[in-house]
Every structure is written in C-alpha cells, then in structure tokens.
Design a protein around this ligand. Structure first.
Ligand SMILES: O=C(O)C(=O)C[C@]1(C(=O)O)C=C[C@@H](O)C=C1
Length: 281
C-alpha cells in the first residue's frame, strides 16, 4: 500500500526537484545560498568563483600566446578573432537570456539583442536597479589581454586560434562574474550598516567608502587560498610511486595570487564603491 503511494508520488517529486534545480539556476548568487543574503553567503559564492577562474586559466594555458588571434587586421573585418568571437557569442547568449543578472555583464553591451524567452527579473528585488549600469569590463578586457595573458601562456603560435579565443572568453567571463559580484557584497555591507555608509555616499566620498569596505585580513586570506587552489588544481599527477621529481604545474600558482592582488580584488572594490554611490539614488 505504502509502496503504491510512493510510486504514485515519485513522478511528482522528480518534477519538483527538476523545477527547483531549474529555478535555483535562475536566481542570483545571493539567493542560491539557502535564500539567505549575508556577507558569509556572498563570500562563499566568491570562493566558489575562484575554482572557475583557476580552471579557466588552466584550460587557456594549453595553448601558446597565439598573437594572430588578437590582431585586428587578421580577419579583414576590423575585428580581431578574439573580439569577433566575443561579440558574436555575447549576442547569441543575450538571445537565450544571459546578461539579466547583475553579475553577468557583457563586454560589448551596445546593440545586444533582446532575449527570446521570457525572463525572470528576481535580481531587481535584491539590488538597487541602478546596479545594472555598474561595469568595469573595459578595464578587465585591457588587463587580461595586455598584462595577464603573457604571464601564464608560453610564447609561440600553434594556429589553434578558435580554441584559443574560446578559452579566453571563458576566462574573461569567470573573472568578470567574480568582480561584478561585488554588487552583492556592497549591498549586504550597506544593509548591515546603513548608518556607516550613508554619510559617505551622500558626500560622494569614494576614499571613505573604500576604507569602510576594505578588510585587509580577508584579502590576505583570499590571495593565499587562490594560490593554494592553483597549486592543487594545476599540478601534474603521476602514478609513479618512486617519482621524486619536482611537481610540475600547468599554471604558475603565483600568477593566480598576483591576478587577485593586482586586478580582481581592486576592481571588485571599484564595483562596490560605484554600486554604493548609486545606492541612495
Ligand atoms: O569580502 C569582502 O568583504 C569583499 O569586499 C570582497 C573583497 C575581495 O575582492 O575578495 C574585497 C574587499 C575586501 O577588502 C575583502 C575582500
């Protein structure tokens, strides 16, 4: 009897689980953590993003620098292969509903098509509506291609431009998503202590806001953790018990802590400040 009842209930349960899974994937990062929007849950989401960033860099490091992929004259249409690929992919992604969340920010927002399916705009309930306008993608694009890439790729050209720029885009999106998640961090800091932040916002005091939202000890821990993750995730694994050789890494772990120190955390803080400046408007 109980078994029959359970059998009848099973399809409904499966349907609910699918629905729950689908809906959670649409929710912004803050809500994905048990519906709680706290500094801890937002920081947990940032920690998860570290994995995506490290793995994306490992994938890109499979190819050499491949300079022709970034030459604006190579295709003859005014765009480098990298830019042409990112523009085209963002356009397609926008059609299927990407770039609706505050942390999903396009690199080429002009003339992006509207999404085809109906979209949920749950994020507007959580963040100030002006949050959508906060972007540091221009700075990310610049440092990624001019400064970061040469640090973790080998010199050379193996002709694999399509795979190379596809990997670049995965890196760029992971880095951008992490940095723009600063909007949630700023919101939670503001709602936790509006009395501290409001005067600095009203007087447009960027330095004061930067001071208020900076936690040096947290930043030190982030740098150590990402270096450790890069060490663990990118080491070459062998089954040879007697192998006493030096561990080889697919990317230099120090490059990852440098990436966080020089660009990821400073730009996250810029996003936080810019978001806060709009918070009372
Ligand atoms: O965790 C925070 O409080 C953040 O604002 C995020 C973050 C970071 O980018 O990792 C940025 C600024 C803080 O000084 C510490 C860490």
């Amino acid at each position: 009897m109980l078994e029959t009842k359970l059998k009848a209930f099973l399809p409904l349960l499966i349907q609910h689980l699918f629905l729950y899974h689908y809906l959670s994937s649409l929710l912004p990062i803050s809500m994905a953590c048990n519906n709680k929007f706290t500094l801890d849950s937002v920081r947990d989401a940032l920690i998860r993003e570290e994995d995506s960033i490290v793995f994306s860099l490992i994938e890109r490091a499979r190819f050499p620098y491949n300079a022709p992929a970034y030459d604006p004259l190579f295709l003859g249409n005014g765009f480098s292969i990298a830019e042409f690929y990112v523009r085209g992919t963002e356009s397609l992604q926008a059609k299927i509903g990407r770039y609706q969340k505050p942390e999903d920010v396009p690199f080429f927002p002009k003339d992006l098509p509207s999404p085809l399916p109906p979209t949920k705009d749950s994020q507007k309930v959580l963040l100030h509506p002006a949050s959508a306008s906060v972007t540091v993608n221009e700075a990310i694009w610049k440092f990624y291609f001019t400064e970061l890439l040469p640090l973790f790729t080998t010199k050379g050209n193996d002709g694999n431009y399509a795979s190379t720029v596809a990997s670049d885009f995965v890196c760029l999106q992971a880095i951008s998503r992490r940095i723009h998640s600063g909007k949630y961090v700023a919101e939670v800091k503001f709602t936790d202590a509006p009395q501290d932040y409001s005067p600095a916002i009203s007087s447009n005091d960027r330095d004061k806001l930067m001071d208020l939202l900076t936690f040096v000890a947290v930043e030190e821990a982030v740098k150590k953790r990402v270096e450790k993750k890069a060490r663990l995730f990118s080491q070459n694994v062998t089954l040879d018990e007697n192998d006493s050789g030096k561990t080889q890494y697919k990317i230099n772990p120090l490059v990852v802590s440098h990436l966080y120190d020089k660009w990821v955390m400073p730009l996250t803080k810029v996003v936080e400040v810019e978001y806060l400046l709009l918070r009372l408007s």
